[in-house]
Ligand binder design. Structure first.
Ligand code: PHE
Length: 406
């Protein structure tokens, strides 16, 4: 399987609490891998470099330069002599510097022959680039991703696919309480209740309730007739849909494990595929599914315009530059998905200018008559299920208090 949408869960998000409570098994999502590749075509790289090699070189040279600058007294105003000693001690370790405070490669970069039995001490990867070459390649720009509060390892995924979560929620809530295939066409606050009109199977129906929580995407809500006022309408229109896309590439063999020794993780590139994901499950299996592109904005839109066959062709051509011919020859099938093209969603996530607490969204954060709103687009973690869950809890908690006090 591939997760065309949400795919990774940090440890601090409430989504994991729901997995625990609902009995949805989880496993590690490999968000970083020292053996995955970096490839910047536009800065003249002719072959990919492993993360571990790029990190050794960037950290090595940055450490060397800072250590030398410190040694020359460039930091005398900022640091005491003891501070400077401690800083250099750290840099020597962090950058694997030699006695003269120079970086000259080392085992962190990797080997061409790995260390093994007596007689095989290993052969270090040669061709250590100069500091100038390392900075020119731009590989360092990818390192801070893994420091992010929402992206740092360990990350998790539900075993078997992200839809295990909504399936488990539906089971616990009771499937009879969930109406699918129902496209909302009108929301009317009647003062003493709410009527929601919808079409299902070609027929127009309506449902009356005491209250309504609108959890549709704002771009869809903005097109649905309602009587909630212009404040609600202009707030909905201020929030704009964003693009993201993925292609799953199914392979006949796990050549990335067999030939490249890559088990999970993400390869980063400046080509328009942006991110290539190695699967975090099914290791050593026969087949496997790579995410051949996970991109956003203009890159996603440019793939959206193509036919599925053309998308596959373009994504594979990019991958071949990094991984070689098997990226093409071992391909069995592909599936690509573009959220702007998905009916009833028409967005991957949203941009909420000014953040969800900006004054213009007040009519969405507070009930309008008997109608409430909820969604990740009304949270500080948009593009995460955590945002949707916490926003829903806020709406339900407010509603609960209102009903108790009524
Ligand atoms: N949650 C999505 C992801 O992890 C979208 C996202 C990307 C959100 C990057 C924030 C930062 O891919």
């Amino acid at each position: 399987y591939m997760n065309a949408g949400p795919a990774r869960l940090p440890q601090w998000m409430v989504t994991l609490d729901y997995c625990r409570e609902l009995g949805v098994p989880i496993e590690v999502f490999t968000n970083t891998n020292a053996d995955a590749y970096l490839y910047n075509e536009s800065s003249g790289m002719t072959k990919p470099v492993r993360y571990r090699t790029a990190k050794a070189d960037v950290y090595g040279y940055v450490s060397e330069l800072l250590a030398k600058a410190t040694d020359k007294g460039a930091l005398d105003k900022e640091l005491t002599a003891t501070d400077q000693e401690k800083l250099v001690e750290f840099l020597k370790d962090f950058g694997e510097l030699g006695d003269k405070l120079t970086y000259g490669g080392g085992e962190r970069r990797g080997y061409t022959t790995v260390p093994a039995a007596a007689g095989t001490p290993g052969v270090l990867l040669g061709d250590i680039p100069s500091a100038s070459e390392v900075f020119a390649s731009g590989v360092g720009r990818y390192f801070s991703f893994e420091f992010g509060f929402d992206q740092a390892m360990l990350m998790f995924q539900p075993v078997g696919g992200m839809d295990r979560i909504p399936r488990a929620l539906t089971r616990e809530i009771g499937a009879h309480r969930v109406r699918t295939g129902a496209a909302v066409s009108k929301i009317t606050d009647k003062g003493n209740g709410v009527t929601v009109t919808y079409t299902q199977g070609g027929r127009t129906k309506s449902i009356d309730a005491d209250y309504c929580i609108g959890a549709l995407p704002p771009n869809i809500l903005a097109r649905i007739p309602h009587n909630l006022g212009s404040g609600v309408q202009s707030a909905l229109e201020a929030i704009t849909p964003q693009s993201a896309a993925k292609i799953g590439l199914e392979y006949r063999s796990r050549w990335w494990e067999l030939d490249h020794g890559i088990y999970g993780g993400i390869t980063e590139t400046d080509q328009d595929v942006t991110h290539i994901w190695h699967p975090s499950y099914g290791f050593h299996g026969e087949r496997g599914v790579l995410i051949g592109y996970y991109n956003y904005g203009g890159d996603a839109d440019s793939y959206a315009k193509l036919t599925p066959e053309e998308r596959e062709k373009r994504a594979v051509a990019a991958g071949v530059k990094i991984y070689g011919e098997k990226y093409r020859s071992e391909l069995a099938s592909s599936f690509s998905h573009h959220w702007r093209q998905t009916p009833h969603l028409e967005a991957a996530w949203h941009d909420t200018p000014g953040g969800p607490d900006d004054a213009r969204y007040k009519p969405l954060n507070e009930p309008t008559g008997r109608v409430y709103f909820a969604g990740d687009w009304l949270s500080y973690t948009d593009a995460w299920q955590h945002g949707a869950f916490t926003s829903a809890r806020k709406a339900v908690t407010t509603l609960h208090a209102r009903v108790l006090s009524a």
